[in-house]
Ligand binder design. Structure first.
Ligand code: NZQ
Ligand code: ZN
Length: 390
């Protein structure tokens, strides 16, 4: 473990099938004006909205709403929410939904008292807030992003075909509290559950496939990956299995709450490719990742053979006996591919609505990060994208 780092994660978690009642413990810590933020209506259908509103009423809160936060929230929706939060003089932003709603609440939080245009300031210039931010609380209904315990906020600008995530350096941007009730995830459509599972798995991969030192984070990552694989198989057979869904929920939080990245340079190129695909197609986040993953990992494998071999042996149980390291490593990726097909993940960009004429734009929109085993050239990005159509 050769890195130097600090570690602080201030988000308080309440986990389990009775966790919503702890909203009663959190609400008195904030002023009376709450902005309730949610998505396209799933929380009204499954009853979570009524439960939350009742608790807000019981606590005497004055509530305004931002509804209709779409998957992959847009910059125009951000401007609308900032206006509502300003007019309501919000003391707390309460996000009830998935990663999109939770990310969006954080983006509103850093923008309400910001004099600049938030898109330009946070997503083009990548500045940190120099204004007062609003506290965010989260009631999570979709599992995958880890947004419930991190400082990431991904916003899409459909006018410029850019989907950009800003992971704020200040841990105050992380939710103050998050309520994780696995029961709330049982109404998710299968496609969302599966996309979320792959999102979790890939978050772990993005941190694992970097560095060469003996690092405790890698052992934690392998354990979490195995937990995700096991639980995904149970949940895939029986979507109402609470035990499996609760394991997925807990694994998702720990996959991207800053723990695993300690001492790692981290890769994130699958996400950079996937986000650029998302900017052109508005496809489900986890599926943009699954579509580009195997071409990407097969491409970088020669530059990181020891780690890919370790992945094959420790995560997928491949026997390295009598094989070259590269053979073992490739068998690991083949096992991963088998699992991805078993889950019925999208493995092809065309299934997401991408067309070959978008390739150049997607490549141009892919931000190249230097932390993985190979810093990609533009031609390599194009090759990987082309292979993702095969
Ligand atoms: O909008 P509603 O009607 O609520 O429906 C949502 C939405 O259509 C539905 N849903 C959520 N909970 C449900 C439910 N349907 C039935 N029952 C429930 N309990 O699921 C759909 C997807 O929701 P969304 O919030 O968009 O999914 P996800 O949690 O995957 O979030 C995706 C966003 O998070 C960003 C992605 O880029 C994307 O914009 N990410 C955020 C990260 C972070 N903060 O660190 C990291 C990730 O890598 C990711 O980039
Ligand atoms: Zn992700």
């Amino acid at each position: 473990m050769l890195g130097n780092f600090s570690y602080c994660n201030p988000t308080k978690l309440y986990f389990g099938d009775d966790s919503l009642r702890y909203l009663n413990a959190e609400l008195p810590k904030y002023g009376d004006n709450v902005v309730l933020i949610y998505g396209g209506g799933s929380i009204k259908k499954n009853g979570i909205y009524d439960e939350v509103v009742q608790i807000l009423k019981d606590n005497g809160k004055h509530v305004a709403e931002i509804s209709g936060v779409m998957p992959n929230p847009t910059v125009d929706k951000l401007y609308e929410g900032v206006d509502i939060a300003r007019r309501h003089q919000a003391d707390l932003l309460l996000a009830v939904g998935g990663g999109s709603v939770c990310d969006y609440a954080k983006a509103v939080s850093v923008s309400v008292n910001c004099a600049d245009d938030p898109w330009e300031k946070y997503y083009i210039r990548f500045e940190e807030p120099d204004c007062e931010t609003l506290p965010v609380g989260c009631v999570l209904t979709m599992v995958g992003t880890g947004s419930e315990m991190n400082a990431g906020a991904v916003i899409t600008n459909p006018h410029t075909h850019q989907k950009i995530g800003h992971v704020f350096a200040d841990e105050n941007i992380m939710p103050k509290f998050s309520i994780l009730n696995p029961k709330y995830t049982l109404t998710l459509p299968r496609e969302q559950m599966i996309a979320g599972i792959y999102d979790i798995f890939n978050h772990i991969c993005e941190q694992y496939f970097s560095g060469a030192d003996d690092n405790t984070s890698d052992y934690l990552s392998e354990g979490l990956m195995r937990a995700v694989i096991d639980a995904s198989r149970v949940a895939n057979q029986d979507m109402q299995n609470y035990e499996a869904r609760s394991n997925l929920m807990w694994a998702a939080t720990w996959a991207l709450n800053t723990l695993l990245s300690r001492g790692k340079s981290t890769d994130w190129m699958v996400h950079m490719l996937g986000q650029s695909v998302g900017a052109y197609t508005n496809a489900t986040h986890g599926m943009t990742l699954s579509a580009v993953s195997l071409p990407y990992y097969r491409h970088i494998l020669p530059y990181g053979v020891p780690k890919f071999k370790r992945f094959a042996v420790n995560v997928w149980g491949i026997d390295p006996q009598g094989k070259t390291d590269e053979q073992t490593a490739l068998e690991g990726l083949a096992a991963m591919e088998g699992w991805m097909r078993e889950l019925d993940l999208v493995m092809n960009l065309s299934a997401l609505g991408a067309t070959e004429d978008m390739l150049d734009g997607i490549a141009d929109g892919t931000i190249v990060l230097p932390g993985g085993y190979k810093v990609l050239e533009r031609a390599e990005i194009l090759d990987i994208l082309k292979e993702s159509f095969a």
